[in-house]
Every structure is written in C-alpha cells, then in structure tokens.
Design a protein around this ligand. Structure first.
Ligand code: FES
Length: 111
C-alpha cells in the first residue's frame, strides 16, 4: 500500500512569544521544531536537530538568516535548511503562516 502525504496546519504560539535573534523550541506531533523570528517580522521553522550530531538548533546563535549550531558551530540556513560549506547536509524546513498574530506550522500527515 502506498503512503499518501498531506499537510495540516497547526497553531503553535503567538508571534509576541518570539524574540528576534533567539530561537524557540516547540514540539508538534512529536517533531521537534526550532522557530526563529526574523528582523522583518517573518518566522522561519526548521527541524530542531543538527544533522551533524543532533545539536539543539533552537539554542544556536542567530546571524541573519543563518543559525550556528551550539555544539560544533555548523552554519545552517533557516530558509532552505542547507548546511553551509565546508560542512554538508540539511535539516527539514516547515512552512510558516502568520495570521492575526498567531504562528501556524504546516506539518505532514502520513496516512
Ligand atoms: S551537532 Fe551541530 S555542529 Fe555538531
């Protein structure tokens, strides 16, 4: 039987709960996600686990659209999830919507 993947939108928190430059860890359906509010007010959402050795990216140092893993300093782009050279790899990214000051994350539903 083949798997059908669809997405659902989950309300996670208020935009005012986030601060620019400081990551916030949330959990949606058992998935750990790191949220980052950008200077322009948008919010990026990526998997909260570094592809190197699982460092918690929500505790990383933020620089523009990148976050540095708190364990060994890999640099990860929050827009596309790609690890920056010379390191390689990527993390999952999630679509974010902001409506009436609430942050919604789109997560897959696997049937
Ligand atoms: S666990 Fe993130 S750089 Fe090593």
């Amino acid at each position: 039987m083949s798997k059908v993947e669809t997405k659902k939108r989950v309300k996670v928190l208020n935009v005012s709960d986030l601060a620019v430059g400081i990551g916030q860890r949330i959990s949606v359906d058992g998935e750990e996600i790191a949220l980052f509010k950008q200077k322009d007010g948008s919010v990026k959402a990526i998997q909260n686990s570094c592809p190197h050795k699982g460092g918690p990216l929500s505790e990383g140092i933020v620089s523009g659209e990148h976050v540095f893993c708190p364990l060994h300093d890999w640099k990860i782009n929050m827009k596309d999830g790609k690890v920056q050279a010379p390191d390689v790899g990527c993390v999952k990214t999630y679509e974010v919507a902001i409506q009436e000051n609430f942050v919604y994350i789109e997560v897959p539903i696997i049937e």
